[in-house]
Design a protein around this ligand. Structure first.
Ligand code: GLA
Length: 478
């Protein structure tokens, strides 16, 4: 009897341990924030961190990037500072601090300047036990004075001490990254212009990483470089040069940072899923190491509205590729990534509609829209509306996202579900046509059945010429 109890207790203990570790593993697999959307930190503030780069210390990932938001909410590319955020799951990010500001660069200068800067990257030097940050930095009014800003800190989250601007071996310093190899040797990889010739150069750093030692390789002119290493192969991902507009990323491979580097191979689609490479996160877990491509999706009308695109890198031998996902699950404990639960999509062109008196709607084709079509509502005043009937199959809590099409004559809408406002107002005005997706937050349906999603015109952008809404789809994410 006693023995049976003991056996039972042991079984219970084993079951409980299994269950505990299983739940732990599952709990750690979380969907990433949606690509191409504004991301928020754990305090509810917009994450202002562009040209994101990453370093892992213990179990914490630190993310660095430049500030792009400004008071006028209009375009400028001036340097305000480098922000640092931290996370253990790569999804929930806590703002640590602005680790370096433009004032730090101006300190000691007789004439403070406006700086244009970007692509901060931090690596740790084991010999000096310092974190070292490099980023490209030039005065706004002197396009040829392209150097890298050097700064250091004894703690990863700063503050960082500015240590001057310097030239690498090749002179003129453009887009750049740092890469620390397994043996501690570190490199700066940067786009370079010399005597009218543009290249991408790889320079080895001194042992303390505080200066550039010597050049080890020169390859084709590319921008936005970043490097990672897997199974003895170095991968260098780059973009082409087209300003803030996205283009086809290409990558090179080598078995040594000194090369020889392979010919360039395409990576992603013609616009790299509308992004420009900024870094690769190495997610080393207990069962696997995953590599996540991170890119900037620039909004050149106001850089502060730029968003991010993260996609898991897939391997085929030494070939790498990415496929589009709105988001995916990542488990920083195991290192595994997986496909996230897809949203249930309701195409606006297929839903039953109803519009305010005197207004009209029609379904139009557009190959950029989901299912190749969208619904166009033409209102002519504030408070006009279009509504769609969505038949929700199951009760539950969903994240609501709405795919729209921007244009010159679009209005600002407020969406409501069965009479209750849902999420923020959305301005669909734009000079060209883009396809923004609005995240309108979570809704709970106590029962399944027909729900009325109404889009009411509540405002008009001063630059807009009308009260039109082009709506592509409504998606519910369980
Ligand atoms: C390139 C760079 C960006 C930015 C823009 C400005 O695309 O990669 O970081 O400097 O040019 O046009």
């Amino acid at each position: 009897m006693r023995r049976a109890v003991a056996v039972c207790l042991v079984c219970l203990f084993i079951c409980a341990t299994c269950f505990y570790s299983m739940t732990e593993v599952f709990a750690a697999s979380v969907p990433t924030q949606f690509n191409g959307e504004t991301w928020y930190d754990t305090a509810g503030n917009v994450i202002d961190c562009h040209n994101q780069s990453f370093i892992k210390v213990g179990n914490t990932y630190y993310m660095f990037g430049v500030i792009r938001r400004n008071e006028t909410q209009t375009y400028d590319n001036f340097f305000r500072g480098v922000n640092c955020y931290s996370s253990t799951d790569l999804v929930n990010w806590t703002f640590e601090r602005t680790v370096l500001t433009a004032d730090d660069i101006n300190a000691g200068l007789a004439n403070p300047r406006v700086w244009v800067a970007g692509r901060p990257k931090v690596i740790y030097n084991d010999l000096t036990q310092q974190y070292v940050m490099y980023f490209k930095c030039r005065p706004k009014d002197k396009g040829s004075d392209r150097k890298f800003a050097l700064s250091t800190s004894s703690t990863v989250d700063g503050p960082y001490t500015f240590q001057g601007r310097h030239l690498p071996t090749g002179g003129g310093f453009g887009d750049s990254t740092l890469f620390k190899d397994d043996d501690g040797t570190a490199y700066v990889i940067y786009s370079n212009l010399q005597g009218g010739t543009r290249t991408t150069r790889i320079d080895q750093l001194s042992n303390d990483y505080l200066s550039v030692s010597h050049n080890v390789a020169v390859i084709n002119k590319r921008e936005a470089p970043n490097v990672f290493k897997k199974d003895g192969i170095y991968y260098l991902i780059t973009s082409g040069a087209s300003g803030w507009s996205p283009n086809q990323a290409k990558y090179y491979t080598a078995t040594s940072m000194a090369g020889p580097w392979s010919a360039a191979k395409n990576f992603g689609n013609a616009t790299t899923y509308h992004s420009q490479s900024s870094d690769v996160i190495v997610v080393q877990g207990t069962s696997k190491t995953s590599y996540i491509f991170c890119g900037d999706r620039w909004d050149s009308s106001y850089l502060g509205n730029s968003t991010h695109v993260w996609l898991p890198i897939k391997f085929n031998g030494s070939n790498i590729y990415i496929d589009w996902y709105e988001r995916f699950n990542i488990d920083t404990q195991t290192g595994e990534w997986s496909q996230a639960e897809p949203g249930i999509k309701y195409e606006c062109e297929s839903l039953a509609t109803n519009v305010s008196a005197g207004d009209s709607e029609s379904d139009l084709t557009d190959s950029n829209c989901s299912n190749g079509a969208f619904n166009k509502f033409i209102g002519n005043a504030l408070n006009d509306y279009v509504e769609f009937t969505v038949n929700v199959a199951a009760a539950g809590t969903y994240t609501v996202r709405v795919g729209g099409k921007s244009g010159r004559a679009r209005g600002v809408y407020q969406m409501s579900i069965d009479g209750t406002d849902q999420g923020e107002r959305v301005d669909l005005h734009g000079n060209g046509n883009t396809y923004p997706v609005a995240n309108l937050g979570q809704v709970t349906f106590a029962s399944p059945g027909s729900k009325t999603f109404r889009f009411t015109i509540v405002d008009q952008n001063p630059s807009s010429t009308g009260y039109t809404l082009s709506l592509d789809y409504i998606a519910l994410y369980p």
